[in-house]
Design a protein around this ligand. Structure first.
Ligand code: 2HG
Ligand code: ZN
Length: 479
């Protein structure tokens, strides 16, 4: 085979060497496959790659990384490709290969006494949850894209999601890690110890590094007992301040039972009702805001439903809640959750949107929403604010939908100005400009402003020490 160059760096010789490692099934070069892997879920970026490499085990990952390192070819690791910040797209010039974790899809071990699961990077979050449930355990991490998102990506971006209010973010669940380093070395760190105080905590360096330090191939995750009772209510409130009041009531009643406390706007919910088949509002009339509250307990006969109703009755009597529906069955519970989880898809169908994945202290959420809404309306008449998200942990998706008559391309070009307006308010409340989606390709330009000085300098030194040639997911995280 002649050593023809497919791109400035990728040669046929390299592709054939990789094929020899991963076999026919492990290499996709069909343009439809490479095109699908080169675009992000939001369709913000269209890159190009000559191959999607799909190793079947950690040794194959390591062998592929060694070959790429020798050729100086950068690798973009991709799981479910559900990033909201273009975290897994290759560059436009075709110089990078995509390495898919999809075939690393085994649950290696699940121990209901240790309450841990050892799981490979390509298992979807949903499949991991189901595997835990089969053993009477709960993997307490839930995100809207869990049917597609894979464990490796979930950990690489330190996903947050719906249960952070109770169980923390992805990094809080990681006890051990296996990863392939940029030179192809396999780091075997799959310990399942609750206590292991032995120097720098390397696993936490890789969690949240977004594929820029190496490739996570497997992890040991903490599990918790499966809930025996779950109660879900969908509540209508006039304002985000009333939603906060309701949260405080649930906290005062039994903080330990809250497993999710999610906020939705009336407008965002109307998009779901309009664009998502079979979505229905479980209340008589629409409201400015809604809250989804979920309580869960591993204790049997805990009377959770009674607890939920007691708090709601108090809130209704005080005028904090206008109306509420309590799920009577698993099907109703799922229908209520769909109203929340389909928010992103419905916004995509409604038109172009600019996303702000921000966090502020929980107590500041109402003021933040009010002030950011006003600031955006002043910037662009007709802009439609769609705040929603994880109110219980202070993470609000303050998304802006294009004005009804605006050109989507023009609207998206106003991205930086809109984001800056929102972030002025985030700054005022000492919040974060990226609460759970990470930095990816979308936000590195913001890093000097928000994490400049010692923090960014230290991050660069870590990157240079571990990936001195910059071959792991270039152009992501660091400017
Ligand atoms: C969610 O909470 C996801 O549903 C997506 O984080 C948020 O679309 C978004 O902005
Ligand atoms: Zn979210």
């Amino acid at each position: 085979m002649p050593d023809t160059a497919i791109s400035p760096t990728v040669t046929m010789q390299l592709i054939e060497a990789i094929r020899a490692v991963v076999g026919e099934r492990g290499l996709l070069t069909d343009p439809s496959d490479t095109a699908a892997a080169s675009e992000d879920w939001r369709r913000l970026y269209k890159g190009r790659t000559s191959a999607v490499v799909r190793p079947a085990n950690t040794e194959e990952v390591a062998a592929v990384v060694r070959l790429c390192a020798a050729a100086g070819v950068p690798i973009v690791t991709q799981g479910g490709n559900t990033s909201m910040v273009g975290g897994a797209v290759p560059a436009e010039d075709g110089s990078e290969l995509v390495l898919s974790t999809a075939r690393l899809n085994r649950v290696r071990d699940l121990d209901p006494v240790d309450m841990t699961m050892t799981i490979e990077a390509g298992v979807t979050l949903k499949a991991a949850q189901l595997a835990a449930a089969e053993h009477g355990c709960l993997l307490p991490l839930s995100i809207s894209s869990e049917g597609t998102a894979q464990i490796g990506g979930v950990l690489a971006v330190n996903a947050g999601g719906n249960n952070t209010v109770r169980y923390g973010n992805a990094r809080d669940l990681v006890l051990g890690l296996e990863a392939v380093l940029p030179d192809g070395t396999i780091w075997h760190g799959l310990r399942r110890l609750r206590k292991d105080n032995t120097g720098y905590c390397l696993r936490q360096l890789f969690v949240g590094s977004e594929g820029t330090l190496g490739i996570i191939t497997a992890a040991v995750l903490k599990l918790v007992p499966q809930p025996k009772e779950v109660a879900v209510a969908f509540c209508a409130v006039e304002t985000a301040a009333a939603a906060l009041d309701l949260f405080a009531r649930f906290q005062a009643h039994d903080v330990a039972s809250i497993s999710a406390f999610e906020l939705m706007s009336g407008l965002g919910t109307s998009f779901v009702l309009q664009h998502i088949p079979n979505a229905t509002l479980p209340l008589d009339r629409p409201a400015p805001f809604y809250v989804l509250v979920e309580l869960a307990t591993p204790r049997p006969n805990a009377g959770l439903r009674g607890s939920l109703e007691e708090v709601l009755e108090g809130a209704l009597a005080a005028g904090v809640v206008i109306d509420a529906a309590v799920a009577e069955s698993d099907a109703q519970r799922a229908a209520i959750w769909r109203l929340r989880e389909e928010h992103s898809e419905a916004q995509k169908r409604e038109g172009a949107s600019v996303k702000n994945d921000v966090s502020v202290p929980v107590s500041k959420v109402p003021a933040f929403i009010e002030e950011a809404t006003a600031a955006c309306a002043a910037l662009m008449p007709g802009i439609r604010a769609v705040p929603f998200g994880h109110m219980g942990d202070g993470n609000i998706h303050f998304n802006l939908e294009q004005p009804l008559d605006a050109d989507p391309v023009w609207f998206l070009a106003q991205d930086h100005a809109i984001v800056e307006k929102v972030n002025e308010v985030v700054r005022k409340y000492d919040g974060s400009f990226s609460a759970e989606h990470g930095i990816g390709k979308l936000k590195p330009y913001m890093m000097p402003d928000w994490r400049g000085g010692a923090e960014l300098a230290l991050m660069r030194r870590i990157k240079d020490a571990i990936d001195p040639r910059g071959l792991m997911n270039p152009g992501k995280v660091l400017p």
